[in-house]
Design a protein around this ligand. Structure first.
Ligand code: DC
Length: 210
């Protein structure tokens, strides 16, 4: 198959889209961009430098994108707030499009990849899971990182983030009309990958040699 493979993956927080994106990228040998980390880095840089998020968006460095503090839940909430700012989104657009346009293709995950960043991607997934399942996953992740999360609070924060990410005017979280919906509520990461690969194989996308 010679078509350049761009895989666009969208979905709400803790749906499993990041894990699926990493696994698909590794399966097909493609570079992967977690676009949420860009919005997280903007929120972190804005708070560290004491500047407006649209200013911070013009100051990002590679080190910002690798900062372990990006994974903090508070930064996830702050990222969701700066992501509603159209100037921030506009400043991050070109970097994401250039990443997607690399010669060999790419896998990108976020909220608006299939709708705004890569509307012509030949493969799009919209990954969902119930709020309960996503809460369980996030609680597990936070515990694994040594935290002591309060489940009702984690659930309320996910709900708030869903509302903000889906309700904003600019590039809200939406499934592209041509996205394949993958509900991972009752799936582990292996099964989600297998379901995604089966869908892609049906469209003619297989790893070279398999
Ligand atoms: O995927 P994540 O939890 O790391 O994303 C953090 C926030 O960034 C998310 O709540 C909304 C925003 N975001 C966005 O608006 N558009 C994207 N393509 C990716 C993330």
């Amino acid at each position: 198959m010679s078509e350049r493979l761009v895989v666009a993956i969208d979905g709400p927080a803790a749906s499993g889209k990041g894990t699926l994106a990493r696994r698909l990228a590794s399966h097909f040998g493609l570079p992967h961009l977690d676009t949420g980390s860009l919005y997280r880095a903007v929120a972190l840089r804005a708070s560290r430098d004491g500047v407006a998020p649209e200013v911070a968006a013009g100051r990002l460095s590679a080190a910002d994108l690798a900062d372990p503090a990006l994974r903090d839940d508070a930064i996830g909430q702050a990222a969701s707030r700066v992501a509603a700012n159209p100037e921030v989104r506009a400043k991050l657009l070109e970097f994401q499009r250039n990443f997607a346009n690399q010669a060999g293709g790419a896998v990108l995950d976020g909220r608006d990849i299939g709708t705004v960043i890569c509307p012509a991607a030949p493969v799009k997934f919209y990954v969902t899971a119930s709020l309960e399942a996503r809460t369980d996953r996030r609680v597990g992740e936070l515990r694994a990182r040594g935290g002591d999360p309060i489940r009702p609070r984690v659930l309320a924060e996910l709900e708030e983030r869903d509302r903000r990410d889906s309700g904003r005017a600019d590039a809200p979280l939406r499934a592209a009309p041509d996205a394949y919906r993958l509900d991972t509520t009752d799936m582990d990461a292996e099964r989600a990958l297998a379901a995604a690969l089966a869908y892609m194989a049906g469209k003619g996308f297989r790893r070279a040699g398999s």
